[in-house]
Design a protein around this ligand. Structure first.
Ligand code: FE
Ligand code: FE
Length: 318
């Protein structure tokens, strides 16, 4: 008996994150628990318990110096972000209005918990000893833990836990949190590909999950607002507030600092990268920290715009 693996969750056939999140339409009815059991543990994850092909080993150039700094900072921050996402998603599970959304958010909760574990554990491959892992994650992720993650978490807890606002929480996750972070993950996959293929596979796998989270989240929001147009003004206000919050957080500085360290690694290990193109027609070696960051920001804006229109919330854009 063979298991049916849907194309969007198949390791070799799934579209890239940007393309998938922009063009696919998936619903909670489709992506219920039964779908997930076949598509993810037996599909995307098959043979990759640590998020990558076990045959891919991390090179010595990753274990110290600028690439080590760039990746440990990035993955530590993402491990903590995914951990916080897991915890707040429990309130979407608790407040889900029907079985399909309850099942879908249970699977998303497990996906984010797994992402957190995989980002954290990759630090072991970079040479961090196991007994120091938790402490190392905290150290590498500071100071942005307090200045970026805690304010976002507090806002999520207010909406999802204190106000038990299911649809507010869905839109918050889809537009403000995942929508803003997903393009950074796409950038990560592309830039680490020739330097640390294990990390590129980790990002690719997380991206496949993210296609599902973004498209189903948008569909849940869209359906809810069609059935409850009276909630629209409140949700638009919440998105505007969330986007303003994002503008005030020091995320740009955080990403820029990491890109600068990454650039130092590029200079030091140019031979590893060669003529590899980060996007068609553009060699990674010729890019700058600012250019990479601007490109991810552009992707983020494009995705946000497209998804807001899909949900009938384009008013939030002005
Ligand atoms: Fe995630
Ligand atoms: Fe996600």
């Amino acid at each position: 008996m063979t298991t049916h693996i849907p194309r969007e969750a198949d390791w070799d056939q799934a579209p890239g994150l940007l393309e998938g999140a922009m063009d696919l339409e998936l619903t909670a009815q489709q992506c219920n628990l039964r779908y997930w059991l076949q598509a993810v543990p037996q599909g995307t994850l098959r043979g990759r318990p640590d998020g990558h092909d076990p045959a891919l080993k991390v090179g010595e150039h990753m274990k110290k110096g600028p690439f080590f700094d760039a990746l440990t900072q990035e993955y530590s921050f993402r491990a903590l972000a995914e951990e916080k996402a897991t915890r707040v998603l429990s309130f979407l599970v608790a407040n889900a209005p029907d079985n399909d959304t309850m099942e879908f958010y249970s699977t998303q909760l497990l996906d984010e918990c797994r992402h957190s574990m995989i980002f954290r554990n990759h630090l072991l491959s970079l040479g961090i000893p196991e007994h120091r892992l938790v402490q190392a994650v905290d150290e590498f992720a500071s100071p942005y833990r307090e200045t970026v993650l805690v304010p976002l978490e507090d806002r999520c807890l207010e909406v999802m836990r204190d106000n038990r606002d299911f649809i507010g929480g869905v839109v918050m996750m889809t537009i403000i949190l995942e929508g803003a972070l997903a393009p950074a993950a796409e950038l990560s996959e592309r830039k680490w590909r020739p330097i640390n293929p294990a990390a590129a596979e980790i990002d690719k796998g997380a991206g496949i999950d993210e296609i599902r989270h973004l498209t189903v989240g948008a569909d849940v929001g869209r359906r809810h607002l069609l059935a409850h147009p009276e909630d629209k003004d409140r949700v638009v206000e919440m998105i505007r507030e969330g986007m303003n919050m994002w503008d005030e957080l020091p995320t740009h500085q955080m990403v820029y600092d990491r890109e600068v360290r990454f650039q130092e690694g590029l200079t030091q290990y140019a031979d590893l990268v060669g003529d590899y193109e980060i996007w068609p027609g553009r060699r990674l070696l010729d890019t700058t920290p600012q250019e990479r960051q601007d490109t991810a920001d552009q992707w983020s804006d494009d995705m946000k715009e497209k998804r807001l229109k899909y949900m009938g919330l384009e008013e939030a854009l002005v």
